[in-house]
Design a protein around this ligand. Structure first.
Ligand SMILES: *[C@@H]1O[C@H](CO)[C@@H](O)[C@H](O)[C@H]1NC(C)=O
Ligand SMILES: *[C@@H]1O[C@H](CO)[C@@H](O)[C@H](O)[C@H]1NC(C)=O
Ligand SMILES: *[C@@H]1O[C@H](CO)[C@@H](O)[C@H](O)[C@H]1NC(C)=O
Length: 358
């Protein structure tokens, strides 16, 4: 009798604990010998990727092919319950209130750069996307720079999106059949920016993404149309003039770099400092931004076929795949694991099918 009591005394709390673990579904522990429910990053291992009933009901009324409000965020939440949608695309005058980024140095936050950011925002005076912010449903496509875009004639399909995001120096002229002709946002860091002013497209918003403190100094000079004083500290030559009015320049919220690195991909925290293999690529940063700010998200030009060393690395250069170097800053294979989760669960649509293929 006494033994049975003791046994109950031990068993009860264990059962209760087990039940809590099981029902909360947030912990990735083994539950009574079952396989873990979540991976280390907090993504469901065997996602039941059904939409919530209220969305099924809402989308049921939409005509075939219409933009589905809240679709990407709902799909993301289904595989990653921690996902919280609100995160503004760009920094605005209230940027100091962004708690998650105020305590991190670049690239994961803006600590130490507050004054220079203030001076930049005073000039740019615009912190949103006037025409697009009003849309009730936005479809975004992130056009990566991969050679996989070549000869697929996806240009007209890409141009149908409300927001076409391009990265760094990726050209449009001469490649419109494959990559489209519209550019809504061009996201760049100094070393990646187009250097020849005549190569900029007519109208696109220049979105700056900072990876190091020095980058903000560069941006201030570009906004003020002033000369750069020295270029030491950049790892390659940088643009010295950006042919954009200050009102056409934005600062990307560094939260997307932080979230992509530490939450989504699971790169080393390194005390919140830039370190070996903990910087996400700009493409994944752009996808992260889109998950928070677009209703539907597509990508094109992502995925490198490492088994085809002679295939072109970028759609606009003859540099071959074999030239890709082991990167100190990025962790391409870990990043790919994350992108695969998104494509597999239909959170994003991959127009060139490179993410699951390679
Ligand atoms: C869908 O359409 C039906 C019939 O027109 C209507 O009764 C219902 O309220 C609509 N649902 C939504 C979410 O708009
Ligand atoms: C694309 O097509 C052109 C012309 O047919 C060809 O020269 C080129 O090698 C092709 N590029 C790729 C990446 O297949
Ligand atoms: C990428 O991540 C894997 C797994 O965590 C690790 O073994 C590898 O060393 C990392 N590569 C780089 C370049 O940091």
């Amino acid at each position: 009798m006494k033994l049975a009591h003791k046994l109950l005394f031990v068993l009860c709390p264990m059962l209760v604990l087990g039940f809590i673990c099981y029902s909360s579904g947030k912990l990735h522990f083994y539950v009574w010998g079952q396989k873990p429910l979540f991976d280390k990053q907090g993504f469901l291992l065997n996602p039941d990727i059904k939409l919530p009933p209220e969305l099924v009901y809402q989308y049921g009324n939409l005509s075939e092919g219409a933009c589905k409000p809240g679709y990407a965020a709902a799909k993301m939440t289904a595989i990653y319950p921690k996902f919280s949608k609100p995160a503004s695309m760009f920094l605005d005058r209230n940027f100091r209130r962004l708690a998650k980024v105020s305590n991190y140095l670049p690239p994961f936050g803006f600590k130490t750069q507050e004054r220079i950011i203030d001076s930049i925002l005073t000039e740019t005076k615009n912190y949103g996307l006037p025409e697009l912010d009003g849309l009730s449903c936005k479809r975004c496509v992130i056009v990566g720079n991969g050679g996989i875009l070549s000869n697929k004639s996806l240009g007209s399909r890409i141009d149908e999106y409300d927001v076409v995001v391009r990265l760094n120096e990726a050209p449009v002229n001469g490649y419109t059949r494959d990559v489209g002709s519209r550019t809504t946002l061009r996201i760049t860091y100094p070393e990646g920016a187009i250097q020849k002013p005549e190569r900029y497209e007519k109208d696109s918003i220049f979105v700056f993404s900072a990876f190091k403190p020095l980058d903000f100094k560069w941006l201030r000079q570009m906004v003020l149309k002033k000369d750069l004083q020295g270029t030491e500290g950049f790892w390659k030559s940088v643009a010295r003039f950006v042919p954009r009015d200050p009102s056409e320049i934005r600062i990307l919220n560094p939260y997307f770099i932080q979230e992509a690195a530490f939450q989504f991909i699971g790169l080393p925290q390194n005390n919140g400092l830039m370190g070996r293999g903990n910087i996400p690529t700009l493409g994944t940063v752009a996808i992260t931004m889109a998950l928070h700010n677009c209703d539907e998200v597509a990508v094109a030009g992502f995925g490198y076929d490492m088994n085809a060393p002679h295939a072109p690395l970028h759609y606009y250069e003859t540099v071959k795949m074999s030239a890709i170097k082991e990167s100190w800053t990025h962790n391409i294979s870990k990043e790919k694991e994350f992108l695969r989760k998104l494509v597999k669960a239909n959170v994003i649509t991959d127009l060139t099918n490179g993410i699951l293929t390679f």
